[in-house]
Design a protein. Structure first.
Length: 203
């Protein structure tokens, strides 16, 4: 598959947040400041890329091996470990998030404090798990899987930063009392999602 198509589709056309509505929790929770959004986007990029790489290898060489000794053994014994996919993927993601948390605590304590509770939420961020599972269902090779995961992480970060910028701007605007806070944030998120739907004709 053309890598350019994967990139454009993942970032703009099928944006993981604004089109597929995965990862809404950190999208709404960490989007109050642009700086925090960039930090969260970087953490998601790191976790999503590594998680896709590790889960791809586990899927194709351990759970459902395509060739080699394990493939022959599974075929001979009638073993099917594909049902373990979700739990194994979640364990991999949780381990990577713990690693990111430890690294951020040592390298950038202010960013670690700013992300707060939303950093562990990457563990349950369905965008990370969703991308890992989409790689399997779309039957991408390793290079396509990595391009797909990086592009989705960039799309996630783009949506997060745009939304944070809009929310910062809204703080300076005269918003009706009943619409302040979460209500106007939902309205803006909906308009942003509609704007991204305009990219549908690109691919």
């Amino acid at each position: 598959m053309d890598y350019i198509v994967i990139v454009i589709s993942a970032i703009f056309v099928s944006n993981i947040v604004l089109n597929q509505f995965l990862g809404i929790c950190p999208f709404l929770g960490v989007s109050k400041k642009v700086s925090t959004s960039v930090g969260m986007g970087g953490a998601v990029l790191f976790v999503m890329t590594l998680a896709t790489l590790v889960t791809y290898l586990i899927q194709n060489y351990l759970l459902v091996p395509q060739s080699g000794y394990l493939a022959e053994l599974y075929a001979e014994k009638g073993i099917d470990l594909s049902y373990l996919r979700t739990i194994v993927f979640i364990l991999v993601i949780a381990s990577l998030v713990q690693m990111v948390e430890i690294m951020l605590k040592k390298i950038s304590p202010p960013l670690y404090q700013a992300l707060g509770i939303f950093l562990p939420l990457i563990t349950t961020n369905c965008a990370v798990l969703g991308v890992a599972i989409l790689v399997v269902t779309k039957e991408y090779n390793l290079m396509e899987a990595l391009v797909f995961s990086i592009s989705n992480a960039i799309g996630f970060t783009l949506a997060l930063v745009l939304f944070a910028g809009l929310r910062e701007h809204l703080d300076l605007m005269k918003v009706p009392k009943g619409m302040r806070g979460v209500p106007i944030a939902f309205v803006v998120a909906g308009i942003l999602a509609l704007a991204f739907m305009g990219f549908a004709n690109l691919v």
